[in-house]
Design a protein around this ligand. Structure first.
Ligand SMILES: [Zn+2]
Length: 158
């Protein structure tokens, strides 16, 4: 076993591993977990700055939870698009998915445009459409402005 492997955070019996998080984004994911009350009781292990063949360096987070809330997954796909989620059962990976942002982002974000009606009228929900993949752009349904993902990731409605 290489020294790198020995330093890995312990295996979990049941839960989820969020893998291939670009290094530096692990902290953003932790903040997101804190924002979702359903996960507040879950045991979380965090590994930062692992070497990765794909990313050079990566962060990794393990969540001991029976399930991950749908809204958390949608937010996660906006904070770290392309993150790999492994579901672990009895210490083995039972399922693996790569999480991509949704085509339709329904009431998950507030609009960065201060003049947008969604920031002024109560009860108006936001809706963004994915209009471009490389680089990723979303359009607000109400003010029709386009935003890069980096402009939206701190606008999450938790
Ligand atoms: Zn808008």
């Amino acid at each position: 076993m290489s020294p790198e492997q020995i330093m890995l955070i312990p295996k979990i019996e049941n839960g989820f591993v969020l893998d291939h998080i670009p290094t530096g984004s692990g902290v953003k994911v932790l903040n997101l977990i804190r924002g979702h009350a359903e996960l507040n009781e879950s045991v979380i292990s965090v590994g930062l700055h692992y070497t990765s063949r794909r990313l050079g360096r990566k962060d990794l987070i393990k969540i001991q939870s029976r399930e991950l809330p749908q809204r958390f997954l949608q937010h996660l796909s906006l904070v770290v698009p392309g993150v790999t989620i492994k579901r672990v059962e009895n210490y083995a990976v039972a399922q693996k998915i790569v999480l991509e942002p949704p085509e339709l982002v329904d009431n998950l974000l507030s609009c960065p445009n201060p003049g947008c009606i969604t920031n002024h009228e109560r009860g108006v929900t936001t809706c963004f459409h994915l209009v471009r993949r490389e680089p990723m752009k979303f359009r607000c349904n109400h003010c029709e402005r386009r935003f890069a993902l980096s402009e939206l990731e701190n606008r999450l409605k938790l």
